[in-house]
Design a protein around this ligand. Structure first.
Ligand SMILES: Cc1cc2nc3c(=O)[nH]c(=O)nc-3n(C[C@H](O)[C@H](O)[C@H](O)COP(=O)(O)O)c2cc1C
Length: 194
């Protein structure tokens, strides 16, 4: 397939840029369900991310009610053990309000460079997925909290700890609140060489 032909439709490009720039990490969601087809399409599109040697190192786990309930119970336990029961309850309540749960893993490699490149590929796939959802009006949040390294979480999700590690637990849903963010100026992060 050819790359898109150079276009004089600069409006398309401006809109594309705006999708990238306006995407925000969403903490608070409406309870309106996200169509299963949309999330499946987003995952399928994400698998077209660049990946060195076409290793396709990603795996996606779309959680249903039962698995979500088990994760909420687990985070309650984790936080209660780490802090106290009140904090555990608060966290569980907060997590129970996340409408959509998607776990993204990366295959493990013994080769350091391959591992770095596979991880990088998974991150690009996740960004593509988040942008696809954002364009469809669906927000998301990438998390790497303690739970994503907990063997009890692997059991709930069916993750093979010998073969893969969690890159992201991604919550998704229609945003209730979209936060404001800022970034450094371009010239603070860009060096242009002659
Ligand atoms: C690898 C990675 C891990 C992240 N883990 C967390 C997390 O554990 N908790 C959290 O609140 N946000 C997490 N985030 C989201 C960032 O906090 C968020 O992207 C950042 O605040 C910038 O906001 P924006 O996404 O709206 O631009 C993570 C983002 C990335 C890329």
């Amino acid at each position: 397939m050819q790359p898109p032909a150079p276009s004089d439709k600069t409006r398309d490009l401006r809109e594309f840029r705006e999708v990238i720039r306006s995407r925000r990490t969403i903490n608070f969601y409406l309870q309106t369900p996200v169509p299963r087809k949309l999330i499946r399409d987003a995952i399928e599109a994400a698998t077209w991310a660049p990946n060195h040697h076409v290793t396709e190192p990603w795996r996606f786990y779309l959680l249903g009610k039962e698995a979500i309930g088990a994760c909420v119970g687990l985070v309650r336990t984790i936080v209660t053990d780490k802090k106290d029961a009140k904090a555990g309850e608060f966290k569980a309540k907060n997590w129970a309000e996340k409408p959509g749960w998607l776990v993204v893993t990366c295959r493990k490699s013994n080769d350091e460079l391959t591992q770095r490149e596979d991880y990088a590929a998974c991150c690009t796939a996740i960004q593509s997925l988040m942008l696809y959802l954002w364009k469809a009006g669906v927000g998301s949040k990438w998390t790497t909290g303690d739970i994503t390294r907990d063997p009890r979480f692997f059991d709930i999700v069916g993750i093979d700890d010998d073969q893969e590690f969690v890159v992201s637990m991604l919550w998704y849903g229609y945003p209730k609140v979209t936060p404001v963010q800022s970034r450094k100026n371009l010239d603070d992060v860009l060096t242009e060489l002659p």
